[in-house]
Design a protein. Sequence first.
Lengths: 190, 190
Amino acid sequence: MKPWTAHGKKIVARTPIFTLTAEEMRAPRGGRRQTFYFLHAPDWINVVPVDERGRAIMIRQHRYGSRRFELEIPGGAMNPGERHPLRAAQRELREETGYVARRWIKLGDVNPNPAFQRNRLHLYLALGCRKAGAQQLDYAEEIDVKTIPVARLPGLVTRGVITHALVIAALYWLLARPELLRAPRKRRAR
Amino acid sequence: MKPWTAHGKKIVARTPIFTLTAEEMRAPRGGRRQTFYFLHAPDWINVVPVDERGRAIMIRQHRYGSRRFELEIPGGAMNPGERHPLRAAQRELREETGYVARRWIKLGDVNPNPAFQRNRLHLYLALGCRKAGAQQLDYAEEIDVKTIPVARLPGLVTRGVITHALVIAALYWLLARPELLRAPRKRRAR
């Protein structure tokens, strides 16, 4: 199996959250040409935050794509200058919920949509979460924080309450590797 | 919590797989304005196909967004004129793998990305799959079919072999509702 090769690229549109490009691709056999379109965005991060009592720190916000309020986990795009996705994950958790975590575990990184997106989505588990202050939201954000026992999450997904596919992908790890939630607690430095 | 309201929309770009629009949105309080960008695409479908021996019918294809070969489940976009996502799911399974299923179960429908996409992703479980003929691919497609025991899928996700977030979202149901795989077999009509 040989992929098509790229022969020229142009920017179709720039937006604050992604850039759309058109690339001329040529087939490996026969030389047929076709234009492929791609979204270029910074890498994204998602956090599954869990407190000492086994409750997930969830957020509820209006999403303008789906035009409804979505029950989600915290997440967002890496900022320019942010070198490591862990820093972005810690920042998004703090900004969107006001919580901080005692322990961070990288779950993995996935492709939000490998058909036409170039970026990755980095997934983290944040354990021992506790409220450290108020949310830090910008003027366009309005976010409610809800704590939900982790054991209730699968039902919320399969009953169609949690519908954000990228959130569900992160929650996959809690079912596939439940031992992560029982990770030994590190004593906090004093 | 009140969402922003839309005041005017324009098409920024049309591609064969989605249309990009810009919409002027106004804040519920203060009247501040901001341009939001949206991708409009047909609804998408994904199928988790499983044969009588408990093996998932997976596909491997090059993805031009991630620029790598991805191990996935069959899926794609609904065609114009396709009224029901089940028909699209049956068509994609047949075209991409050559397989047909004895029994179809709707798992749910999710938002591929509710931040800026307007479409839904419909998820199906296809049971009792068997090969019915050759694949039906268009000239731009080259797809390998691989059968993989369902019990091996969680390890392939958490070890980073399966990385397509929308595929992982569909596979969530196999872990959350494993009884679906043990659904009683219907006798085929004779």
